[in-house]
Design a protein. Structure first.
Length: 262
């Protein structure tokens, strides 16, 4: 039975995803295309989106640049860097289908940006951002968000180093922290209430072994003993066919991994 929350306490959860999440791969591909254009032409204007599914990555958008970019090579290198190197993982950078649907920027937008209306035109591109600075963690983000992103970074690190060779590139982490409202109205993190990790793995590893590895080499390495006091809940959800075996990817879509949670 979970421990009841004190009257002056509340829970705050944040989620993050690893670099192999389908949406994050698409983000990486778009960034790689932009970097490749800027490396040759600092005045490049790149509006690039990406989508992906099992066995396929596609870029689409508008580019104005003097750069000569081999888009297919850039896309394959991005998938390779993440670790998608076999069809068993849902994507193989060597054999995947790559579709490039990039064209010149439309005359209305290009003219506005090139002319005197550049600032006004840029202002028409809007977005919603959630965030604030806090002293809960050294990176000035809420503790739950900081821990979730560090757990994902640890998963990526150990997978690439081979310690967790059974781990697939796509994983998702959620961290829930219990807070206390102080007399002055400030909110102070007390402990980690729960950690949930959803991950993909090879068929060779037993689920019990994978869960134990995640607890010992990931959770207990990233989160201090003090924050793990009070019998926190650990939830590990495994899938032998995760990532592009069951999901599609779209650039800019994974908002739960980019914001603080709630």
């Amino acid at each position: 039975m979970p421990e009841a929350l004190p009257t002056d306490g509340f829970l705050f959860a944040s989620e993050a995803v690893t670099e192999g999440h389908p949406d994050k791969l698409c983000d990486r591909v778009c960034d790689a295309v932009l970097d490749a254009c800027l490396a040759q032409d600092a005045d490049s204007r790149v509006a690039c989106d990406a989508c992906a599914k099992a066995g396929m990555v596609m870029i689409l958008g508008e580019v104005v640049s003097k750069a000569s970019v081999q888009y297919e090579q850039v896309i394959r290198e991005a998938a390779k860097a993440v670790g998608y190197d076999s069809e068993e993982k849902g994507l193989d950078w060597r054999t995947m289908n790559v579709i490039v649907a990039v064209e010149d920027q439309g005359p209305d937008i290009a003219g506005a940006i090139s002319g005197n209306g550049g600032a006004e035109a840029a202002g028409e591109v809007q977005g919603v951002v959630c965030g604030y600075a806090t002293d809960e963690a050294t990176d000035c983000t809420p503790l739950s968000h900081s821990l979730a992103t560090k757990l994902c970074a640890q998963l990526d690190k150990l997978r690439k180093e081979g310690l967790l060779s059974w781990l697939r590139p796509d994983a998702r982490v959620q961290v829930t922290v219990q807070y206390k409202e102080e007399a002055d109205g400030s909110m102070t993190p007390q402990k980690v209430q729960s950690v949930a990790i959803q991950y993909g793995h090879s068929q060779e590893v037993r689920t019990e072994k994978a869960d134990q590895d995640l607890l010992e080499h990931v959770v207990k390495i990233v989160i201090s003993e003090r924050l793990l006091e009070g019998d926190p809940q650990f939830h590990f959800f495994s899938r032998t066919r995760r990532g592009f075996g069951s999901d599609s990817g779209l650039a800019g879509r994974c908002m739960d991994g980019d914001t603080y949670g709630g």
